[in-house]
Design a protein around this ligand. Structure first.
Ligand code: BDP
Length: 330
């Protein structure tokens, strides 16, 4: 008890120590949070609000700090670290979640959602809860869902207007075998790679292209190198605010409620900033001379994905009902 040496009973400090002990945790929790995006990005703004909200409303019993730009590791590593409690919270894309929580692979099926509004309806309702339940079994408490827009293909070679334009292209994808199948179904070669390595790989020709939403295409400066962005909108993948179950379980019920509400409120902020940033990013890349082309016959791309679905359902028959439930949500 050296820390309490010299403190008189009844002093302010002793009273504070007793309050902390009474809170059930015994000490303030300094939470470390993983974020892959830079300052000013919609997710970063929302996570920073989350951290401040939690600190204020728990009166410092829980003090989250957000580490930006992926400095705490790649996304697959950070998912592992959060599962085992080495990190306390994070904003994860559901793409790299698939290898850990198989049910979430459904969200990585190309064209699974008809649009972003439908994705939000699904995720904010009982189907979203099924994904949270599956994640909780793997040590991740998902509290709210962020927007990640629609992902489209971009490359250094040519506009993609039909599937055959992808033939022979080396395309970077996030860490998930489903995306390897997706690109192969278009005749390309997929390379799973960490987000932070894509810029250099595009520049040196290690890859010809990648795929992402407008804000990430812009914030990473990939647009400086990949001058063709083709609006395929093939993936609409939600992202979570996730808490390590180990950290969550240490909270009192009251503090869990504060953290949950802060996560939900941060998603409202994120979605608002997301809509604005998507438009701003599109304008910025166009002004910088990127050729952005619409794809007239998207059904050709959808048809090419039939074997991807067939293979997935064959390997995961238990997930077929989740697919049909999503498709039935209007
Ligand atoms: C961005 C996601 C981020 C992913 C990144 C990627 O927000 O979580 O790591 O794409 O492509 O849109 O790796």
């Amino acid at each position: 008890m050296t820390a309490f040496h010299g403190i008189r009973p009844g002093s302010v400090l002793a009273a504070a120590a007793i309050t902390l002990l009474a809170s059930g945790t015994g000490q303030a929790a300094d939470w470390r949070g993983w974020n892959i995006h830079p300052p000013g990005y919609p997710n970063t703004i929302a996570l920073e609000q989350f951290a401040k909200d939690v600190t204020d409303k728990t009166q410092g019993r829980v003090k989250p700090t957000v580490y930006n730009n992926g400095v705490l590791g790649s996304q697959p590593d950070a998912i592992e670290q959060t599962r085992n409690g080495a990190l306390d919270f994070a904003n994860f894309n559901m793409g790299p979640m698939g290898p850990i929580v198989p049910a979430t692979n459904v969200l990585s099926l190309p064209f699974i959602f008809s649009g972003e509004a439908q994705m939000h309806k699904v995720m904010d309702g009982p189907i979203g809860q099924r994904f949270s339940d599956a994640m909780a079994k793997e040590g991740l408490v998902a509290l709210s869902w962020y927007d990640s827009g629609s992902r489209s293909l971009y490359n250094t070679k040519r506009p993609v207007t039909e599937p055959k334009d992808v033939n022979g292209m080396k395309v970077r994808v996030m860490n998930n075998d489903l995306y390897v199948d997706m690109i192969a179904a278009l005749g390309g070669n997929a390379t799973p790679m960490a987000f932070g390595e894509v810029y250099q790989s595009l520049k040196t020709g290690v890859i010809d292209g990648a795929e992402n939403n407008y804000p990430s295409f812009e914030s990473t400066n990939h647009y400086e190198v990949a001058r063709f962005y083709s609006v395929t909108n093939h993936l609409i993948i939600p992202e979570c605010v996730c808490i390590a179950k180990a950290s969550w379980d240490k909270l009192t019920a009251g503090d869990q409620e504060i953290v949950r509400k802060a996560a939900v409120d941060s998603a409202v902020v994120q979605r608002k900033h997301w809509a604005e940033r998507s438009m701003a990013s599109l304008e910025k890349v166009k002004a910088a001379g990127v050729q952005v082309n619409e794809v007239k016959d998207i059904s050709a791309f959808q048809a090419a994905m039939k074997p991807v679905y067939a293979k997935f359902i064959k390997a995961n028959p238990d997930l077929e009902s989740l697919i049909t439930d999503i498709q039935a949500t209007k």
